[in-house]
Design a protein around this ligand. Structure first.
Ligand code: BTX
Length: 325
C-alpha cells in the first residue's frame, strides 16, 4: 500500500530515531488508529518493531527478501536460478514465466516475487501468497521430451522440494499425489506445472512452486486454516527463504539431470518413498466423479493406479486425493 511505502521510507530516513504515532500519521495523511493497523500489517510481513512509550516506533529488523542478489550469494547450481527475474509484487509468477519463455528465456530462469495478488493453483483455484512470508516462484525448464512426459516433471519437482525442506529444516514432508507436499497432514507446498508445446515437442515447462515458509498459523485465511501450514509453524523457527530456494534449485537440478539421463524410474522410487497415499484406501475426486479404492502406486507416466473393490485397476490422470479412513 502507498501508506506503508511512506512509513517504510520515513523509518528508513529516521535511522536510529523513534518516530511518534502523531508524526507518522501526519506524513502518511491518516489517523493514528490507521497507523497502528499498518504497523500490524508490517509486523505480519516480517518487520520487527520496537515501541517505546512517549517516543514511538523504530524498526529493528526488516524482513529478508528474495532478490536476485540474495539468492545468488552461495548458489551452487549450473543453470537453475542462474538467471533470476525478481518482482516485489505480481499477479502470478506463472504469467511472467510464460511470457519470458515465449521470448526465449534460458533454461533454469527463475521468476520470483515477494507477493502474488492472484497466485493460482490447478483448475483456476487460488493460491494464497502473502508478502515476504513464502516462496512464490516459477522455473523455466526446456527438456527435449515429447509432451506426454510433462506430468513427470511435477513429480521430479515434488521430490526435489521434499529433499530441500528435509535438508534445511529437518522436517519430514510427505507427498500427496500428484502435487501437494504435506507436513502433519497439512499442505505446506503446492506445485503447478504448465507447458508450452510446438507440435508435439515441449518448448518450455513452467514449474510453479509455492512454499509456505514463515507464516504463523493464524496468518492463513479462514478457509484454509485447517488444511494449510508453514515451515515456521511446524518447526517453531523462521527461516531464510533465499537459503531454501538455493536448496530447491540444487536438488532439482540434480534430479532433473538424473531424470533426463536415466528416465523416470529412479525418480519414481524416490517419489514413492515419500508418498503418503500409496497402499492406503483413498477417494480420488476427478472432474467426472469420485473413484474409491486402494492407491497401488504410480506408473512410468506418473499416472496413479487405483484398485477398486471389485479388483479392477483404474488409472487416474488428474484428481484431488483424500485418504479414506
Ligand atoms: P492446488 O489446486 O492443488 O491447490 C489450491 C488449493 O490449496 C486452494 O483451493 C486452497 O484450498 C489451498 N490453498 C491456497 N493457498 C494455499 C496456501 N498458501 N497454502 C496451502 N494451501 C493453500 C496447488 O494448486 C499449486 C499451487 C502453485 C502455486 C505457485 S506459487 C508460484 C506460481 N505462481 C502461481 O500463480 N502459482 C504457482
Amino acid at each position: 500500500s502507498e501508506i506503508r511505502k511512506r512509513l517504510i521510507e520515513a523509518f528508513t530516513n529516521a535511522g536510529d530515531e523513534y518516530l511518534s504515532g502523531q508524526f507518522l500519521a501526519e506524513i502518511a495523511g491518516c489517523s493514528r488508529t490507521a497507523i497502528w493497523k499498518h504497523i500490524e500489517e508490517l509486523r505480519k510481513e516480517g518487520f520487527v518493531f520496537e515501541a517505546v512509550k512517549k517516543k514511538g516506533y523504530k524498526i529493528i529488523q526488516a524482513p529478508e527478501n528474495v532478490t536476485a542478489d540474495e539468492i545468488s550469494f552461495g548458489l551452487k547450481t549450473d543453470f537453475i536460478g542462474r538467471a533470476i527475474h525478481y518482482e516485489e509484487e505480481v499477479d502470478s509468477t506463472q504469467k511472467i514465466a510464460h511470457r519470458l519463455a515465449t521470448e526465449g528465456a534460458v533454461e533454469g530462469t527463475v521468476i520470483v516475487a515477494e507477493e502474488q495478488l492472484s497466485g493460482r493453483g490447478r483448475l483456476d483455484r487460488k493460491w494464497h501468497s502473502p508478502k515476504y512470508s513464502g516462496i512464490w516462484m516459477s522455473i523455466i525448464l526446456r527438456p527435449n521430451l515429447p509432451m506426454q512426459k510433462a506430468p513427470q516433471l511435477t513429480l521430479v519437482t515434488a521430490v526435489a522440494v521434499v529433499q530441500a525442506i528435509e535438508e534445511v529444516t529437518g522436517l519430514l514432508p510427505q507427498i500427496k499425489w500428484p502435487n501437494d507436499i504435506l507436513i502433519s497432514g497439512k499442505k505446506v507446498t503446492g506445485i503447478l506445472t504448465e507447458m508450452q508445446a510446438d507440435a508435439d515437442r515441449i518448448n518450455a515447462i513452467i514449474v510453479g512452486i509455492g512454499i509456505n515458509v514463515n507464516q504463523k498459523q493464524d496468518d492463513f485465511p479462514e478457509e484454509i486454516q485447517q488444511i494449510a501450514t508453514s515451515l515456521a509453524a511446524e518447526s517453531g523457527q523462521n527461516m531464510s527463504r533465499a537459503r531454501l530456494m538455493q536448496a530447491v534449485f540444487a536438488r532439482l537440478e540434480r534430479l532433473y539431470q538424473t531424470y533426463l539421463k536415466e528416465g523416470f524410474f529412479p525418480i519414481k522410487l524416490l517419489w514413492e518413498s515419500y508418498a503418503l497415499s500409496i497402499g492406503k484406501e483413498i477417494i480420488a475426486r476427478t472432474v467426472t466423479g469420485d473413484i474409491y479404492g486402494k492407491a497401488l502406486g504410480i506408473t512410468e507416466d506418473g499416472v496413479l493406479n487405483i484398485q477398486q473393490a471389485n479388483g479392477e485397476i483404474v488409472q487416474v490422470y488428474s484428481a484431488d486425493i483424500f485418504i479414506n479412513e
